[in-house]
Design a protein around this ligand. Structure first.
Ligand SMILES: Nc1ncnc2c1ncn2[C@@H]1O[C@H](COP(=O)(O)OP(=O)(O)O)[C@@H](O)[C@H]1O
Ligand SMILES: [Mg+2]
Length: 317
């Protein structure tokens, strides 16, 4: 495994492993997490500009908190987090609404809702705010409602470009629902497009699931820039409720990345990591959250603990 530590010794592009930054170096066989050299290199990510994530404010009295689960990276556990935290809160007696703004529509599947039978979706909600009441559906969990996302969301951003106030459509649409829920969760697609911006503009707080793998901090730097822009231009109160560690294992690589995230965001991190657990991946195929499928699994335990931490931050308990 060759390493390239300074500019002068850089090989030709086609021979080189992917280099993200002169100080942030990846070598091709970085999956060999037993190689201690790799850790020294990851260590260097710390010296790059610290990433700033603003802390969120308390929920205004008498209305739902709007919480967006976001990370522009796919497959980091956003949807799993939405489904299981939302379900766990509903099982504890809170009124919860999930809004799926991802065209994959996995929230519906994971909560036992048949997308093919749903008439109004998140697309309708954004284009036509009057549908807010009628677009909601019951789920496999009592007190947990959903507005379904589906393939009709593809192309929505193009259509929205023609609309006035296009960044605030979701915020306006959610307004009549606010008195009826404790928390409204928005699940987002793996992109920072207009639909995701709508979610950021509507939000009181963000949950950022981060997989404790190599490029975790890189992704957070990009996200923090978007949050800053939205705060400057559209939603000055936007802040972060929690950074969650997902798909965590006890390898040294996972531990090291977890520690770096802890160092960067000591106040925002939720210290209980969500362990990698096959039960979390199985539950959606049964249309139920982990707490109905296998509550005593490690995934079930982790999401229960995290829900308790967040419920305190949100002033629910
Ligand atoms: N802690 C975990 N352990 C094992 N599998 C997980 C875990 N969290 C999520 N998964 C699985 O990983 C895949 C991606 O998760 P998902 O929540 O859909 O990510 P995202 O919404 O960020 O794309 C899914 O198949 C999901 O079931
Ligand atoms: Mg998802």
């Amino acid at each position: 495994m060759k390493k390239f530590k300074d500019k002068k010794t850089l090989p030709k592009v086609e021979e080189a492993p992917l280099i993200i930054d002169i100080e942030f170096i990846e070598t091709e066989d970085d999956h060999s997490i037993a190689n201690i050299d790799t850790y020294e290199e990851i260590e260097t990510t710390k010296s790059i500009n610290p990433i700033h994530l603003p802390k969120s404010l308390a929920t205004p009295k008498g209305r739902a908190r709007i919480v967006t689960v976001i990370n522009q990276k796919g497959g980091v556990g956003k949807t799993t987090t939405v489904i299981n935290i939302a379900a766990q809160l509903a099982l504890r007696g809170f009124n919860i609404l999930v809004i799926d703004s991802d065209s994959q529509g996995n929230c519906a599947t994971g909560l036992g809702v048949d997308k093919s039978k749903v008439k109004e979706t998140t697309r309708d909600l954004i284009l036509n705010p009057e549908t807010a009441i009628s677009a909601r559906h019951a789920t496999a969990v009592e007190k947990l409602h959903i507005i379904v996302g589906d393939k009709n969301l593809i192309g929505l951003e193009q259509e929205m470009l023609r609309q006035l106030g296009r960044e605030r459509r979701l915020l306006e649409a959610l307004n009549p629902l606010l008195p009826h829920y404790d928390i409204i969760f928005i699940d987002t697609p793996p992109s920072l497009g207009l639909v995701t911006i709508n979610a950021l503009v509507a939000s009181d707080g963000l949950l950022i699931p981060v997989q404790t793998e190599y490029f975790a901090l890189e992704g957070l730097a990009l996200l923090s820039g978007t949050i800053r822009e939205v705060r400057n231009l559209l939603n000055p109160n936007l802040g972060v409720d929690g950074v969650l560690l997902t798909m965590h294992s006890s390898t040294m690589l996972n531990q090291q990345v977890a520690n770096e995230i802890l160092d960067n965001f000591p106040e925002l991190i939720v210290k209980t990591p969500i362990r990698r657990n096959i039960k979390l991946a199985e539950a959606p195929s049964h249309g139920i959250p982990i707490h109905l499928y296998d509550p005593s699994s490690t995934g079930g335990q982790d999401y229960q603990e995290i829900t308790t931490v967040l419920a305190r931050r949100w002033g629910l308990i």
